[in-house]
Design a protein. Structure first.
Length: 123
């Protein structure tokens, strides 16, 4: 059996064993947001216990108008992009020590990715 046929056969046999990268699921992210975040955060531009998350993607930490942020959040100097949101949602105190958000984090990376995809739709 020539080399190309062997590689094709191996790929055929084992190709389905490698997990495919999964795309973010905005609808799942919205559901997770509603279950874990909506008690404190709105998506309509109004602040509550926590700041609104409308337009969070691309914004700076501690700069949403009308919300009184902790000094830790004001001083963090973060830009909320997928990478910083992922780290923050995994462990808020590790990313911004001393912030006032009492949140245990979202441990599942897929769930965090889904929530971040949903937050990205909030313009």
């Amino acid at each position: 059996m020539n080399r190309i046929l062997r590689l094709s056969f191996i790929t055929f046999l084992f190709g389905n064993c490698v997990p495919a990268a999964s795309a973010q699921d905005i609808a799942a992210g919205k559901d997770i947001f509603q279950q874990q975040c909506s008690a404190c955060h709105s998506v309509d531009g109004s602040n509550g216990v926590g700041p609104t998350l409308k337009g969070i993607t691309g914004s700076k930490s501690g700069e949403i108008p009308g919300f009184r942020f902790s000094q830790a959040m004001k001083s963090a100097n973060l830009t909320w992009d997928a990478k910083t949101l992922d780290a923050y949602l995994a462990d808020t105190q590790k990313v911004v020590p001393g912030n006032q958000m009492p949140f245990p984090g979202i441990r599942d990376p897929k769930q965090r990715a889904d929530v971040i995809a949903y937050l990205g739709t909030l313009k």
